[in-house]
Design a protein around this ligand. Structure first.
Ligand SMILES: CSC[C@H]1O[C@H](OP(=O)(O)O)[C@H](O)[C@@H]1O
Ligand SMILES: Nc1ncnc2[nH]cnc12
Length: 288
């Protein structure tokens, strides 16, 4: 596993990565359709990487329109076993301020109209999702983010619950208060089903939430608008690039083991021998 490429999913504001050498574009088709855009591979800080803009490079896909299954499958086709995901998020906690960053360790899934599994139609798997985020990747990403943010007086919060809404509208004030009551710390529209599918594909997953706003619950701060979030996103995207370089430097000589890497082996219920030839092909890719 030593030299497997590191997958990078860029969210709002992170549509490409700078400084890639040996750059190659991949126009992939998967059994689950086409990914959000071309995947771009190359080397960054000496580490093989594969990058994909989640909403497309021109940000033309709504959170509900992102082809999450095709995206995860395409990374898997290119040999990715570790996935770093970047996202803009709103804060549901007083002590998490705009421009802070958060590495969540839990999710509450409030999405309503997304296909959230590769399985079904004759093939059954139940993977464990108790700990959806890779603890080892969290440590490496945390160290990189802390050293970048410290210098600017910004804060990194390690751990916390990301609540995923369907969108595309932001929450009502009543929902925002309700989500706080549920114990959620940050809110976004994209990490689900991305994290679920990464687990089914046996990939270690970690997410960096870049805080842009206080959503709609705060008594003194303005309710979020896309304009407001995007202004803060722009301030964040330079830090995202620096943090990415920092985490890749820490991955140069290692690829951490993760409980994700055996998740499907443990969760697959239907025997491979009873699957059709076509189904077995894509299940075997997920099992690699
Ligand atoms: C432009 S703010 C709302 C938008 O940003 C987040 O996307 P991503 O996680 O891809 O950075 C949020 O989930 C919404 O899709
Ligand atoms: N308040 C918010 N709600 C959902 N997604 C977001 N992305 C950035 N801010 C957000």
């Amino acid at each position: 596993m030593q030299n497997t490429p590191i997958g990078i999913i860029g969210g709002s504001g992170l549509y490409q990565i700078e400084g890639l050498s040996e750059r190659q574009e991949h126009d992939l088709v998967t059994p689950f359709g086409q990914p959000s855009d071309r995947l771009v591979s190359g080397k960054l800080a000496g580490v093989p990487v594969v990058f994909l803009a989640r909403h497309g490079q021109t940000h033309h896909l709504l959170p509900s329109e992102v082809p999450y299954r095709a995206n995860i499958y395409a990374f898997k086709q290119l040999g990715v076993k570790h996935l770093l995901s970047f996202s803009a998020v709103g804060s549901l906690s007083e002590d998490i301020a705009p421009l802070d960053m958060v590495i969540p360790d839990q999710y509450i899934d409030m999405t309503r109209q997304r296909i959230n599994t590769f399985f079904g139609q004759g093939t059954v798997a139940h993977v464990s999702l108790a700990d959806p985020i890779c603890a080892e990747l969290t440590q490496l990403l945390g160290a990189a983010a802390e050293s970048c943010l410290d210098q600017q007086g910004l804060r990194l919060h390690v751990g916390g619950t990301y609540l995923c809404i369907e969108g595309p509208q932001f929450s009502t004030r009543a929902e925002s208060h309700w989500f706080r009551g549920l114990g959620a710390n940050i809110i976004g529209m994209t990490n689900m089903p991305e994290a679920r599918l990464a687990r089914e594909a046996q990939m270690a997953y970690v997410s960096l939430g870049m805080v842009t706003d206080y959503d709609a619950w705060h008594p003194r701060e303005q309710a979020v608008t896309a304009d407001y979030a995007i202004k803060n996103l722009m301030k964040n995207s330079e830090n995202a690039q620096k943090i990415l370089m920092g985490v890749l430097a820490r991955l140069q000589n290692q690829r951490p083991d993760s409980l994700a890497h055996t998740a499907l082996q443990q969760g697959l219920v239907t025997p491979l021998s009873s699957m059709s030839v076509d189904t077995r092909k894509w299940v075997e890719v997920l099992l690699q």
